[in-house]
Write a protein that binds this ligand. Structure first.
Ligand SMILES: [Zn+2]
Length: 202
């Protein structure tokens, strides 16, 4: 994977407070612009299709190191259940492909399709529901520096798929996530309640 060939992070994954890419890890606050550290972005959006209004429920970027630490806090039943759910329900077949130039002239002549974020997040990757009709959805991406890594992510998960996932969490894992939320999300209490019990998806 050649860093220079990766697409720039699309605005759908910008920090809504700054209108630019996330700069720091939510947990360790490391500088995400440092190319060497991949990180995940999750943005939960509440959408009011009738009014064409969107509001951010929560959003963050987290470095790979903190992500691995989070995962290790989840119970093994929870991890197994989530892996199984994704293996059985995530629509891998209909995912767009993104191939970097291999560098030789011949394959460049075949002109790879441009990266278009809408191809990746237009429908829920589990339920196939179109984004413009959803009241609640979550966007997930893996990034490095100011580039996005198009592999399994980026993807969009509907509120309906989130509800399925929450069911899979053991009490122990839910307790951990509640503690995590209390520590890192200081927004209005009603939004905090929404975040509680939410699985980290990337
Ligand atoms: Zn971190």
């Amino acid at each position: 994977m050649n860093y220079e060939e990766l697409p720039d992070i699309p605005k759908e994954f910008f920090n809504s407070e700054t209108g630019s890419p996330f700069s720091n890890c939510l947990v360790c606050e490391c500088d995400l612009k440092e190319e060497a550290v991949p990180y995940s972005i999750e943005r939960a959006i509440r959408h009011y299709p009738e009014m064409e209004l969107k509001s951010v429920v929560f959003e963050y970027a987290m470095c790979a190191k903190c992500m691995a630490q989070m995962e290790s806090e989840l119970s093994s039943e929870t991890k197994m259940a989530i892996m199984k759910y994704f293996a059985e329900n995530f629509n891998y077949q209909n995912r767009p492909q993104w191939l970097a130039h291999s560098g030789d002239k011949e394959s460049e002549a075949l002109a790879k399709p441009e990266f278009d974020i809408n191809d990746w997040i237009a429908r829920c990757s589990v339920k196939e529901l179109p984004r413009e009709e959803l009241y609640e959805y979550t966007l997930c991406a893996r990034c490095i520096g100011d580039k996005i890594i198009p592999e399994v992510a980026p993807y969009m998960i509907s509120g309906q798929a989130q509800d399925d996932l929450i069911e899979l969490f053991s009490n122990k894992s839910l307790g951990f996530l509640d503690g995590f939320t209390d520590k890192y999300f200081t927004g209005p209490p009603e939004l905090k309640e929404l975040f509680k019990g939410r699985p980290i998806l990337v």
